[in-house]
Ligand binder design. Structure first.
Ligand SMILES: C[S@@+](CC[C@H](N)C(=O)[O-])C[C@H]1O[C@@H](n2cnc3c(N)ncnc32)[C@H](O)[C@@H]1O
Length: 205
């Protein structure tokens, strides 16, 4: 197995082993302003949005509560179980680099901290999938940890999660490479710790 695949599978094992504690810990870290903006930018309110890497379902539930039709996808079966209990619906076990959905089926894609466990090659595959799945002028929101290099972070239960940190220009370059125009890109403090690069982009026709 290539090392980045091995790092991702160890990371998903960690999420599976700590799903309840993890979801509880981040249950209130809702990017409310970004969710409002995402919703206001959607070109079609009646088409679904994809929560790509939905984890324990916090944002999927929030967006559904705001009237959006939400589909959630994640690689962690246990986080999806937590998401289901939290009230999220339309949940799919899958990899955001190879998504099982038809072209142009979403009005928006929300990727909150889900590209953080992949090196640039994996992020390129995911962004290429996001482009395929979005309608023309569909909205993409991405937020990833800001910085450089990679790190392992212990999960307190004997496992660990692997992270890749990104500069704003690295993220912007990958997103524009797949035909998106950047609306805004900011480096901002995280709700828990560290800095994050948050990008809103619009998919071309
Ligand atoms: C830091 S958590 C963020 C979860 C959620 N979006 C949130 O903001 O609370 C990263 C999530 O991305 C998921 N993930 C990572 N790589 C993935 C991939 N290739 N395909 C699907 N999900 C992935 C993990 O299972 C985990 O749920």
């Amino acid at each position: 197995m290539r090392s980045d695949e091995h790092f991702l599978s160890r990371t998903i094992e960690s999420y599976n082993a700590t799903s309840s504690e993890y979801s509880q810990r981040f249950s209130t870290t809702i990017l409310e302003g970004h969710i409002s903006r995402f919703q206001s930018m959607l070109p079609y309110g009646d088409l679904p949005v994809l929560d790509a890497g939905c984890g324990g379902g916090r944002d999927a539930v929030e967006m559904a509560g705001r009237g959006l039709r939400v589909v959630g996808v994640d690689l962690s079966e246990e986080l999806l179980r937590v998401a289901r209990i939290a009230g999220a619906r339309n949940l799919v076990l899958g990899d955001i680099r190879r998504l099982p959905f038809r072209d142009s089926s979403f009005s928006g894609i929300w990727s909150c901290a889900s590209l953080v466990h992949m090196p640039p090659a994996g992020v390129r595959k995911a962004v290429s999938e996001f482009k395929r799945l979005l309608v023309p002028n569909g909205i993409l929101f991405v937020t990833v940890r800001h910085g450089s290099g990679t790190e392992w972070r212990e999960d307190g239960a004997g496992g660990a999660r692997w992270f890749q940190l990104y500069s704003a220009s690295e993220v912007e370059d990958i997103i524009t490479e797949y035909g998106f125009s950047i609306e805004t890109s900011v480096v901002e403090p995280g709700l828990v710790r560290g800095k994050w690069v948050s990008v809103f982009a619009v998919g071309g026709s």
